[in-house]
Every structure is written in structure tokens, then in C-alpha cells.
Design a binder for this molecule. Structure first.
Ligand code: C2O
Ligand code: CU
Ligand code: CU
Length: 475
């Protein structure tokens, strides 16, 4: 493992956060104390060491993952972006509630190879604290660019971080990525069939490392912020002999910690969990258990990775990281009973809208290049408005998945609450939620603060690249 290093980029970087964040060799920039976070961010294709080998990857500032960006509600964010990739790209700030227009979180921008662009936006003064992330959103090539490594964490600090027990807990950012590398270090591009399934790479890394160690003190706690930055891979997480205490979902805190033995993290999704050091000294594995996201039978099952490993969903558990006990602490505390209040959204006055995931051109097996993925029968067209909503309204959206594979639904700009069977809203904010094959999910959204055209899509990035994305205009 690399030594922790601190690059003096930006302003007001806070050493306290740096130490607690246990960043290993990772670039870090913070606005804490200054109200402005400013960072030069260069996307380039470079040789990096990844899991003890050299690989030709796409990265931000030659870091895998990209630099950690930290801000607070009300802050201004300025990213001096430079595209040194051999192809156009852009930036999206996944989950942030900021403007989707101009030089803010505008996924319609295209930064040509060799050009620079300054992104600048402000977080609203009531922006929730949470784990967000940034990645490219260049339509048609998002899966390729993300699977080559383009991803970084954008953390918003706030109320959740000031709860004393949480404030004093060592924190780790676990960015989950997967790569498909040839032995010569070049990335293997998937076949069209693999894109239909959603590409997965057999090399799984956590913060750019294979099986990193997370140390915990006997009697102490750690906080794990986990980001699924893979283009298609699902992670069914379990930590041996340790329950995970969920304190936040995508969009921020839940009202009180929720103990879970296992949790499924779909592409784009984040969780924030606490773990207590209460077992015998030793090492415990954070595992990703097998999960079938559909289509195995239809797509021929094993062998789709060109013989390089288990097929999609994997037949064996993967070890992601190892929790290892080191020392003990007498400063023990128990879980806070309450975190933050999450008000359920009011019931909408308008009738629900329906969106159906599907595949274009039928279900035949003669899958030519014309095969596409659709929402409500239509392939993505950036020049068409698919859904028009009014600012300051609440709506229920029903997402139907009659397809034979799972699709995680994601919407930009505004988070949502998931409705249960009785129509009650979950006390949690999310922006990415799994709609399993053959099921439906109902969400409640509120369109706040920003007008403009934004996007919703499946977050299996090969699917959105192949058309499973649509425009949302907020007026
Ligand atoms: Cu994480 Cu539209 O994306
Ligand atoms: Cu997004
Ligand atoms: Cu999909």
C-alpha cells in the first residue's frame, strides 16, 4: 500500500478530515473553512499501477479512483477540467442536488479531446450531507469510460458528520470498481453480447487496491462509505460475523441506524455503514456474494468473459476487503438511537406516471447491432423532451421492469423516496434504486430549486449507452 500523501491542491484542506479519512495515497481537496473548493481535474489515459500490475487506464489526475472532493452545503465548487483523453468526455456529479444547466451538472456538455472547461456551481444551503460521486456522462461511451477507471468521490459534510459518535469514528471510503485487463495491461473491450448483459471485469478493486485492510480497534467502530462505481457489477455485501449498521443511503442520513446482515449495492448506489469491533481479535472478510441479475440462461451463462473468470453475477464470493483488529479502545460508545429527521414527502395531487424498461426490436436471439434498450418504447434522444414536470411539485413515478434482467433506475438533480406496498414513503433519500426483473417500484419525487433539462436512466451503463435513458424537463 502506498503511503498516505497530501497534495496541497485547493484551499482550506483540513488535516483532521484527512487523518480520519484514512486516505491511502489519495489526493484530497476540501472547502471546509473557506466556502470554496477548487481543483484542477485532468482526465487522461495513463499507465497506473493497479493491484500490483501496470495497466493502461483512464483516470482523473492519474489517481485511481479520482481525487476525493469535499464540500459543505452552501459552498461553491470550481473544477478546472481538462480533457486529455483521446475522445470527448464530460463530468456528472451523481446525486448532487445542483443545477443541471450551464457549467453546473450539465450532462449534455461535450468537452472535446484536448480542451479545457471550468465547471462551477454552488451547493444549496440546505444540501444534505452524504456520499456522492463524479463520473463521465458522454452518451454512448459512459460504460467504456467508467470501466476504464473514471470515478471519484464527492463528499458533502454536514449534520450527520457532527453527531458526536459519528464524528469521532475513523472513516474509510470504499470505491468499488471492476476491470477487465489483458495480461499486457490493456483493457479488454466487451463483445456486443456482453454489453447487452452489462460488462463486468474479473478484477475487483476497492480504492484502486485488491483486498485492502481496514483496521478496527477492539471495542471501537469504523465508518465505511461504500460507492458502487462499477458500470454493471452488483455487490451483495456481507462482512463476516459483523452486522452493518446503515446510517445513510444515497442521499443522506436515515432517521436511525438499521442493522443489516447483507446489503445489495447496485451500480451508482452508495451506503454509509458503521461496524463495531466486538468479535474476537482477528481478520474478517468483507465479501461480495453471488447475485444473479438475470439473463444468465438466455445469454448462455458461463463463458461470457472469454474464459477469464466466472460469468456475470459470479458463482463464487469475492473478497473485497479485510477488517482486521488492531489494539483496543476504552472509549466505547453505543449506536446513537437517532440520527436525523427525514420527513416523508407529501402525497402528490397529480396521478402517477409510469415508465417501463424494455428492449427494442423484440426479444429474438439474432442480436444485431440494431438491438437497443428503451424506456417506454423509446431509445434515448437528447433532442426530445420525454417528461415535463413543474418546479415545486411532487409526483409519484411507477417504474416497471417486465424485462428478464434487473435494471437500476437513476434520476439526476432531485432525489426520491421509495414507496412501500401501502404507498407510504420510505424515510430515506435515494437517487438510484433497483427494479428487479419482473417487478415494479414506486418512487416519490419532489422537483426543487432548479429548472432545466436533466436525465433519468438505467445505471447499468451499457444499457443507458444503448438507449435506456430519457430526458426530464423541469419548468
Ligand atoms: Cu451516475 Cu446519469 O449517472
Ligand atoms: Cu447521476
Ligand atoms: Cu439496465
Amino acid at each position: 500500500m502506498q503511503r498516505r500523501k497530501f497534495l496541497g491542491i485547493g484551499v482550506g484542506a483540513s488535516a483532521g478530515f484527512l487523518l480520519r479519512s484514512q486516505l491511502r495515497g489519495q489526493q484530497y481537496v476540501s472547502s471546509v473553512g473557506s466556502g470554496l473548493v477548487e481543483i484542477p481535474l485532468t482526465a487522461a489515459s495513463t499507465w497506473l499501477s493497479l493491484a500490483t500490475r501496470q495497466a493502461l487506464l483512464y483516470s482523473y489526475n492519474a489517481q485511481m479512483p479520482g481525487p476525493l472532493i469535499e464540500a459543505r452545503a452552501g459552498d461553491t465548487v470550481r473544477l478546472r477540467f481538462k480533457n486529455d483523453l483521446p475522445e470527448p468526455t464530460n463530468l456528472h456529479y451523481h446525486g448532487l442536488h445542483v443545477s443541471p444547466t450551464g457549467n453546473a451538472d450539465n450532462s449534455f456538455l461535450e468537452i472535446p479531446s484536448g480542451e479545457a472547461f471550468t465547471y462551477e456551481f454552488s451547493l444549496p444551503s440546505d444540501h444534505p450531507a452524504g456520499t456522492f460521486w463524479y463520473h463521465p456522462h458522454m452518451h454512448g461511451t459512459v460504460a467504456r469510460q467508467v470501466s476504464r477507471g473514471l470515478a471519484g468521490v464527492f463528499v458533502v459534510r454536514g449534520e450527520l458528520d457532527s453527531i458526536p459518535e459519528i464524528r469521532d469514528t475513523p472513516e474509510y471510503f470504499l470505491v468499488l470498481q471492476d476491470f477487465d485487463l489483458y495480461v499486457n495491461g490493456l483493457i479488454r473491450e466487451p463483445s456486443f453480447m456482453e454489453r447487452i448483459q452489462g460488462r463486468e471485469g474479473p478484477l475487483v478493486t476497492v480504492g484502486g487496491q485488491v483486498n485492502p485492510r481496514i483496521s478496527i480497534q477492539q471495542g471501537g467502530w469504523v465508518r465505511l462509505r461504500i460507492v458502487n462505481a462499477s458500470s454493471s457489477r452488483f455487490y451483495r455485501l456481507r462482512l463476516e460475523e459483523h452486522p452493518l449498521y446503515l446510517i445513510a443511503t444515497d442521499g443522506g442520513a436515515v432517521p436511525s441506524p438499521i442493522a443489516v446482515e447483507e446489503i445489495l449495492l447496485v451500480p451508482g448506489e452508495r451506503i454509509d455503514v458503521l461496524v463495531q469491533g466486538q468479535r474476537a481479535d482477528g481478520s474478517y472478510r468483507l465479501l461480495s456474494l453471488p447475485y444473479n441479475r438475470g439473463g444468465m440462461g438466455m445469454m448462455g451463462g458461463m463463458g461470457m468473459m472469454g474464459g477469464m473468470g466466472p460469468s456475470f453475477g459470479g458463482s463464487a464470493a469475492q473478497v473485497l476487503a479485510t477488517l482486521s483488529y488492531q489494539g483496543r479502545t476504552d472509549r466505547t460508545w453505543s449506536l446513537p438511537a437517532r440520527l436525523l429527521i427525514v420527513e416523508p414527502l407529501p402525497q402528490p395531487v397529480s396521478p402517477p406516471r409510469s415508465f417501463a424498461f424494455g428492449m427494442g426490436m423484440g426479444m429474438g436471439m439474432g442480436m444485431g447491432r440494431g438491438m437497443s434498450f428503451v424506456i417506454n418504447g423509446r431509445e434515448f434522444d437528447p433532442n426530445r423532451i420525454d417528461t415535463r414536470v413543474r418546479l415545486n411539485t411532487v409526483e409519484d413515478w411507477e417504474i416497471l421492469n417486465p424485462h428478464w434482467m434487473d435494471h437500476p433506475f437513476h434520476v439526476h438533480t432531485n432525489p426520491f423516496q421509495v414507496l412501500d406496498r401501502d404507498g407510504a414513503a420510505e424515510r430515506a433519500w435515494r437517487d438510484t434504486f433497483l427494479v428487479p426483473a419482473g417487478s415494479r417500484v414506486r418512487l416519490r419525487l419532489q422537483f426543487k430549486d432548479y429548472t432545466g433539462t436533466t436525465l433519468y436512466h438505467c445505471h447499468i451503463l451499457d444499457h443507458s449507452d444503448l438507449g435506456m435513458m430519457a430526458t426530464l424537463q423541469i419548468v
